[in-house]
Design a protein around this ligand. Structure first.
Ligand SMILES: *[C@@H]1O[C@H](CO)[C@@H](O)[C@H](O)[C@H]1NC(C)=O
Ligand SMILES: *[C@@H]1O[C@H](CO)[C@@H](O)[C@H](O)[C@H]1NC(C)=O
Ligand SMILES: *[C@@H]1O[C@H](CO)[C@@H](O)[C@H](O)[C@H]1NC(C)=O
Ligand SMILES: *[C@@H]1O[C@H](CO)[C@@H](O)[C@H](O)[C@H]1NC(C)=O
Length: 326
């Protein structure tokens, strides 16, 4: 009974915060002369963030696996900012990430803001990438970890600069260990993963852990890093994340709930936009934000846990010594 009350209280609180207490970014900082790279910017939160930064004069590189032509034209038309560039990257391939970074360093002289935003929801079956890794983790976390390392030199050179990882409240539900970073088939058959968002939650906790680890290592370099939990947003991947097969009724009820309380992508992007450029967060490197507020990190993120995840990631990605930037 205790648990039922706790869950009810949580849902009521969460509904209130997510839907009715929606933070709106009112920062007036001008971004003329700055360059931002946003992954997953062809749609959803990434597109809304790109629109907001472009409207403030920022040069924005829209990176996505989907065709970016339409998004680039849309941003140019709405904001009258001509400095919008589309680039293609497939985050489910480490080779594509390395090629993308190489091309970026050859074509862009500076980078003031890296937004590791692209994400996919987890499926009920394990999908494997060309690199032999679990797909949700690779797209949401592994590739962004690698990309951040590959672009850190340019970020330092262009400082003051920032890195923002799109995490999720789902990170609080995660059950991640170093052994489940590259989740096996069995992990998908675990009864609990349907309730906890499974590898999706894990990828978002791993992202938050990376923020902690990077923050420590790049302290004093002029590069700041943050994690943002944008709340539940009505994007296309909610249905994928809920395991409909095993808990059909629960899945439908939960999905309906998410659609009812879900924010629009524009509402959901507000904290990302805020953390990306507001002066108010300048001394909060390594911290997590919800609705424009700094929050205590996920309890699971101890220094030891973050360091273990960091080392395990470098090993899984088989990163060359020259690729490890800090
Ligand atoms: C992207 O879409 C545009 C039209 O919206 C098309 O002209 C272009 O060829 C497409 N690019 C790729 C790489 O498919
Ligand atoms: C990731 O997991 C898959 C399937 O369990 C396995 O084949 C692969 O070798 C693993 N990769 C690494 C780097 O651990
Ligand atoms: C956490 O993950 C382990 C496997 O690593 C699994 O045995 C356990 O049941 C999971 N617990 C929850 C609550 O998801
Ligand atoms: C950040 O720290 C510096 C140095 O201590 C201080 O001058 C500045 O006011 C702080 N900024 C904010 C927004 O708190």
């Amino acid at each position: 009974m205790h648990v039922v009350w706790l869950i009810t209280l949580f849902l009521v609180l969460f509904t209130f915060i997510n839907k009715f207490w929606c933070f709106w970014c009112r920062s007036q900082v001008c971004l003329v002369g700055k360059t931002a790279l946003i992954t997953g910017a062809a749609s959803g939160l990434g597109l809304q963030t790109a629109l907001a930064l472009a409207a403030k004069g920022c040069r924005v590189i829209v990176a996505d696996v989907a065709n970016v032509t339409e998004a680039v034209e849309k941003i140019k038309t709405i904001t009258h900012n001509p400095h919008i560039i589309g680039k293609s990257v497939d985050l489910s391939s480490l080779k594509s990430v390395r090629q993308f970074a190489k091309n970026f360093l050859e074509t862009e002289p500076k980078l003031n803001l890296l937004m590791c935003n692209a994400g996919v929801g987890s499926h009920r079956i394990r999908e494997q990438t060309v690199d032999g890794l679990e797909k949700t983790m690779q797209v949401n976390y592994f590739s962004h970890f690698l990309l951040t390392h590959l672009l850190l030199g340019l970020l330092k050179k262009s400082s003051p600069s920032r890195i923002v990882f799109t995490s999720s409240e789902a990170a609080f539900l995660s059950n991640l260990t170093v052994d489940t970073l590259n989740a096996s088939e069995e992990y998908f058959h675990n009864f609990f993963t349907a309730f906890t968002g499974g590898v999706y939650s894990n990828s978002k906790l791993a992202a938050a852990a990376a923020v902690r680890s990077f923050a420590k290592r790049i302290d004093g370099t002029g590069v700041k890093i943050y994690a943002v939990h944008p709340g539940v947003v009505k994007t296309t991947f909610i249905p994928r994340t809920i395991n409909l097969d095993k808990n059909y009724l629960l899945g439908v009820v939960f999905m309906a709930y998410l659609y009812i309380v879900g924010k629009t992508p524009e509402e959901g992007a507000q904290t990302l936009i805020y953390v990306a450029h507001s002066d108010e967060v300048e001394n909060a490197s390594g911290k997590s934000f919800v609705e424009g507020m700094r929050i205590p990190g996920v309890p699971q993120l101890t220094d030891e846990f973050c360091e273990d995840i960091w080392q395990a990631t470098i090993k899984i990605l088989n990163m060359e010594p020259h690729e490890i930037a800090c």
